[in-house]
Design a protein around this ligand. Structure first.
Ligand SMILES: Cc1cc2nc3c(=O)[nH]c(=O)nc-3n(C[C@H](O)[C@H](O)[C@H](O)COP(=O)(O)OP(=O)(O)OC[C@H]3O[C@@H](n4cnc5c(N)ncnc54)[C@H](O)[C@@H]3O)c2cc1C
Length: 484
């Protein structure tokens, strides 16, 4: 027999009628399974969890919540890194993990129609026999859901060339915050589909998503370039992009993260490297051959370049890069994962400033990131057992975000604002900007019941420093995901 937060008992009974009793969770121990997403620093036990089986059920659940003025929050796989799916003790958490059907693979129109709980990698697995795949590839793609990807506008190593989730969503059926089922499509009129993608679950719940499929490329070439300094590597990134070469992926690791990867997986990257770049090109064979030669030449300052001769060597090159995040656990007991964006041209300068910040504060920072699109993931290292170390790391982490803003960048590249970075929004936007965004939100959700408390700051949170995440993420540790 479950216990429900006072005031939610009647609603829980109503939800049982809608979805069947076994799909409504009220037991306090079971509710704790859902108390956080991938950002485990923020936790709240949900009032009630419900696992619907379709759009009609979600619409009824939303209407039931609205009728009782109860907040509701969508959750996919719960791998988000900004607390977007953080539940509320006075609210209902709507989990889409029973909605994992791939409804259609339409090769002729190069599309797939999926339910929101479908796992990202499963779309590619279903399309692969037809010579297609789903291009956006977050490192959590073995476990994260397409609904979560849509809400976060997720990216990945290969999104530099192929674009983020928003570039691959053709249509989306949603349940609006007042419980209507509507279809958002590309087409004339206001781009409501564009507004919905990346809205972090605040404008409604995606119940059916039509995504674009991409042809599996004819050729793939990968190189590893080792530089003496991170500035040289940053300059090579800018030179490659400025030359009009668009690699499928261009990823960078600095000396500290190479040291960690070496300790964890013995990737045997060239000794003495201050930074390495992994550059991958794909596409038609003739184009790849020409542009790969160009990219190699633009890495001219590298003291060593290795080219993968086959898929095994390619996997070896990626091994160090893919393990880098988890590997940082080998050289530091705790760390903060930061996610910010800068213009590519600012890479050398911002990286030098991060180095200065690290030197001045004595807080070590390992840099592992999607260099091609300027998406930094600095890992700010500390030992929570040392008094004040966590606070110093948080300060450095916040200053890195300030650097991103100063250089015309953003406080998030792909992990979203969620609850964690809402307090940073006023650093990036004026009050008028934020008010305008609120007007869009209110147009969809006038009662403010759909994932409240996310994305936008409340005065209480303004100026606070970000929360910290400690230890290696459990998904990384279990081998289910790599963090790029
Ligand atoms: C190890 C690791 C590696 C990662 N690597 C990457 C990466 O390379 N790139 C990247 O972009 N992200 C990455 N992430 C972050 C995360 O995986 C993505 O943000 C992902 O899209 C979240 O999907 P999810 O199903 O887990 O969503 P959840 O965490 O469940 O939810 C995320 C947000 O989406 C909303 N939401 C969920 N489902 C719906 C729906 N049906 N309708 C409306 N809103 C909904 C929630 O309310 C919440 O705001 C990584 C995370 C981990 C743990």
């Amino acid at each position: 027999m479950g216990v429900v937060t006072a005031g939610l008992d009647g609603l829980a009974e109503r939800l049982k009628v809608i979805t069947g009793a076994k799909n409504v969770i009220t037991d306090p121990a079971e509710l704790r399974t859902y108390e956080c997403d991938g950002l485990t620093y923020h936790r709240a036990t949900p009032g009630v969890v419900v696992l619907p089986d379709g759009a009609e059920q979600i619409a009824e659940i939303v209407r039931a919540c609205t009728a009782e003025n109860v907040p509701f929050i969508a959750r996919g796989s719960g791998t988000g890194l900004s607390g977007g799916a953080l539940p509320r003790t006075d609210g209902v958490l709507i989990v889409t993990s029973r909605m994992r059907r791939i409804l259609e693979i339409d090769v002729d129109d190069e599309r797939a129609v999926v339910e929101p709980g479908v796992i990202n990698l499963d779309v590619s697995k279903a399309a692969r026999p037809h010579g297609y795949y789903y291009a956006p590839d977050p490192s959590s793609q073995q476990i994260c859901s397409i609904g979560g990807n849509v809400a976060e506008n997720s990216g990945g190593a290969h999104c530099l060339k192929y674009g983020f989730t928003v570039n691959h969503v053709v249509a989306c059926e949603i349940v609006t915050p007042d419980g209507d089922i509507v279809e958002l499509t590309e087409g004339p009129g206001y781009d409501l589909l564009g507004a919905f993608v990346g809205s972090e679950g605040t404008l409604g719940i995606a119940t059916k998503i039509t995504v674009r499929l991409t042809r599996v490329p004819e050729a793939v070439e990968t190189l590893l370039a080792a530089f003496t300094s991170i500035e040289q590597a940053g300059e090579a990134v800018s030179a490659i992009i400025a030359a009009g070469v668009v690699p499928a992926a261009i990823e960078m690791m600095d000396a500290l993260s190479i040291e960690a990867a070496e300790a964890a997986v013995r990737c045997e990257y060239p000794a003495g490297a201050g930074a390495v770049l992994v550059v991958e090109l794909d596409g038609p064979a003739a184009e790849v051959e020409r542009q790969f030669a160009q990219a190699k030449e633009l890495c001219g300052d590298a003291f060593e370049i290795r080219v993968a001769a086959d898929d095994i060597e390619r996997a070896l090159i990626w091994r160090g890069r893919k393990s880098a995040f988890a590997a940082v656990g080998r050289i530091s007991p705790d760390y903060i994962v930061q996610d910010g964006v800068i213009p590519r041209t600012a890479l050398p300068e911002v990286l030098a400033r991060i180095d200065e910040l690290s030197g001045d504060s004595g807080v070590r920072v390992a840099n592992v990131f999607h260099a091609g699109d300027g998406n930094l993931h600095p890992l700010v290292l500390f030992d929570d057992a040392v008094p004040g170390a966590g606070e110093r790391a948080e300060l450095v982490s916040a200053k890195i975000l300030d650097l991103c803003i100063e250089h015309g960048g953003s406080i998030t590249g792909e992990h979203g604002v969620g609850v964690d970075k809402a307090k940073h929004m006023p650093r990036m936007f004026t009050e008028e900007d934020l008010d305008t965004m609120q007007m869009v939100r209110c147009a969809f959700d006038p009662d403010g019941l759909c994932n409240p408390g996310k994305v936008y700051p409340t005065p209480r949170l303004c100026g606070e420093v970000p929360g910290r995440r400690t230890k290696v993420h459990p998904l990384v540790e279990s081998g289910k995901a790599d963090l790029f």
